[in-house]
Design a protein around this ligand. Structure first.
Ligand code: ACO
Ligand code: ZN
Length: 226
């Protein structure tokens, strides 16, 4: 560790709170249990997002700070394995109760690669309908999630089952570029509008992003549990 560490703010609730500059985990360096947990997460996480490059990569977008690689269900097992590893880390972080995509053979996974790491991931799947998030004058406290949606289905084409960006790489437009790329690549020959894409049961971060990206709080959602 050592150089990897950065004390954010000594005034925080737990003195000595540290964020690891490599894996992004926030922990208390003075707490042995926390340190053990960190080391376990650290190795697993860095191994999971490591990307050495593949002989045949389907690069669908390139930027000055990275590229987006598309992985399809019939790709070689090393590519599928990487997607599974990343998805596992994402689900762990999101605490998803494993909502398996409806048609796994139709999912398209987009990985944002920077240097030698996967720093962003978007899993897209075909959908037929979605529901519009309702604007709320005052958020209801009884509701377990931060949004309510209409019960009137609307036709939609592409579902974003998961979207995730490595904690230390957020707010650099990586998610935005992933969604732009999905809209461009999901259906051959057409660029999907924001009314044709929907977000699966968005988290608070996901809601903030989708509201900004779709330019409306009434973006489309699907696959939520009541
Ligand atoms: N708070 C407020 N606004 C936000 C946030 C946020 N946390 N995240 C994004 N935005 C808005 C901003 O307006 C931002 O533009 P700006 O930085 O110029 O102000 C705009 O969205 C675009 O943001 P990006 O930089 O493209 O988003 P980022 O790469 O940081 O990724 C994401 C956003 C994927 C939600 C990230 O925060 C993340 O991985 N969070 C944890 C995982 C998660 O909750 N994912 C969503 C699950 S829902 C689902 O998967 C369908
Ligand atoms: Zn670490």
């Amino acid at each position: 560790m050592g150089k990897d560490q950065l004390v954010i703010d000594a005034g925080q609730k737990h003195f000595g709170t540290t964020v690891c500059k490599s894996c992004g985990m926030i922990y208390t360096a003075s707490n042995p249990e926390d340190e053990i947990q960190h080391l376990q997460h650290h190795h697993r996480f860095l191994e999971g997002i490591k990307f050495v490059g593949w002989k045949r990569e389907r690069v669908v977008a390139e930027f000055w700070d990275g590229k987006i690689v598309l992985v399809l269900p019939r790709d070689p097992s090393y590519a599928i394995k990487k997607v599974e590893d990343v998805q596992e880390l994402v689900d762990l972080e999101l605490g998803f109760q494993q909502t398996v995509p409806v048609c796994p053979d139709k999912t398209k996974t987009f990985l944002f690669i920077d240097e030698k790491r996967v720093v962003g991931c978007l899993i897209a799947e075909p959908i037929k309908q979605a529901f519009r998030v309702l604007s709320e004058p005052s958020a209801s406290k009884e509701c377990s999630r931060a949004w309510r949606c209409s019960d009137v289905p609307e036709p939609a084409i592409c579902g974003i089952s998961r979207i995730w960006v490595f904690r230390l790489k957020r707010r650099k437009r990586i998610a935005r570029r992933l969604v732009d790329t999905v809209r461009n690549c999901f259906m051959f020959g057409c660029f999907l509008s924001t009314n044709e894409i929907a977000f699966s049961d968005p988290t608070p971060d996901g809601k903030l992003f989708a509201t900004k990206y779709c330019n409306t709080p009434n973006f489309l959602v699907y696959n939520f549990h009541n």
